[in-house]
Write a protein that binds this ligand. Structure first.
Ligand SMILES: O=C(O)CCC(=O)C(=O)O
Ligand SMILES: [Fe+2]
Length: 284
């Protein structure tokens, strides 16, 4: 880890580590996913070929049963190769240096997908309402993503303003009607009322940055950075590993006896409401 990275993480709120995850690590995850899909499809006597790609098998399973596709997607979170990577010393040691912590709490680790026919891209949002009020997130696409293909984008240095309350910040990002990168880029949100003058100034075409990421590259960004995504327009699925690494000393769930958390994940309440957040932090 270079000094430049620490400086950029503070100044810009994000860094990109090129070729950080090896082909072997990505292939191991895909190979285990393929094995699971082969099992599920065979068990249900669904016609397919073992030589098909993960994406093909995924859509064949979805066609057969949306429920089973959902179950397959869910278990990726408890797959050994996937967790080996998320919890690896290689990743956590970097995050700990960036956050200046000896330990971190890890939530929301998952492989996210996005596809032309299965849109899961998100409007610009801060990673608000989480177990902590300060964390670092990783975003590692397993396919190439950039402005052209569609993919993650962020507003550099937007973390400097702290948590910004908008008319929609109490909602999950997927329910936001504003902050849609495509609309901002085509000037469709010029007259939007975000309910926050700082956000209004931040959400401009010029401010949105699309990192150019190859499989294996790792983007690390602060939870207060505004980030979102555009729909992936290439043929397959945009598989991307994400995980959220929290600071112990910014986790009110641990320190405040009156703290109310919601949103169970793996048996632990992982979300905090903005009402609670207000007690701990300044919301502008
Ligand atoms: O994968 C994406 O489109 C963005 C993911 C994200 O920001 C989130 O899940 O909070
Ligand atoms: Fe997010």
């Amino acid at each position: 880890m270079k000094k430049k990275h620490l400086e950029n993480f503070d100044k810009k709120g994000f860094i990109i580590l090129k070729k950080f995850i090896s082909k072997k690590e990505i292939n191991e995850i895909f190979s285990q996913m393929s094995e699971i899909l082969d099992f599920v499809l065979t068990k249900n006597s669904v016609k397919f070929k073992k030589s098909m790609s993960i994406d093909e098998k995924y859509f064949i399973l979805k066609k057969y049963s949306k429920n089973l596709k959902g179950h397959f997607y869910d278990v990726i979170r408890i797959l050994d190769s996937f967790n080996n990577l998320v919890y690896s010393n290689k990743i956590t040691s970097i995050i700990k240096k960036l956050l200046n912590q000896k330990s971190v709490l890890i939530t929301n680790h998952r492989l996210r997908t996005d596809h032309k026919k299965e849109k899961a891209n998100l409007p610009l949002h801060q990673e608000v309402n989480n177990i902590s009020t300060d964390s670092a997130l990783i975003f590692c696409p397993f396919v190439k993503t950039n402005k052209k293909t569609g993919g993650i984008c962020l507003i550099p240095s937007s973390h400097k303003f702290g948590w910004l309350k908008t008319n929609e910040s109490h909602l999950s990002a997927c329910d936001h009607k504003l902050g849609i990168p495509e609309n901002i880029l085509s000037n469709k949100e010029k007259n939007a009322d975000y309910g926050n003058s700082i956000v209004k100034k931040l959400f401009t075409k010029e401010n949105i940055f699309f990192p150019d990421l190859d499989p294996g590259d790792m983007l690390i960004f602060r939870s207060k950075i505004f980030h979102g995504s555009t729909n992936y327009v290439k043929k397959g699925l945009r598989w991307s590993l994400i995980a959220n690494y929290h600071r112990i000393d910014k986790t009110p769930y641990l320190s405040n006896k009156d703290f109310k958390s919601t949103g169970m994940e793996l048996g632990i309440p992982m979300r905090i409401s903005q009402k609670n957040l207000k007690l701990m932090n300044t919301i502008v």
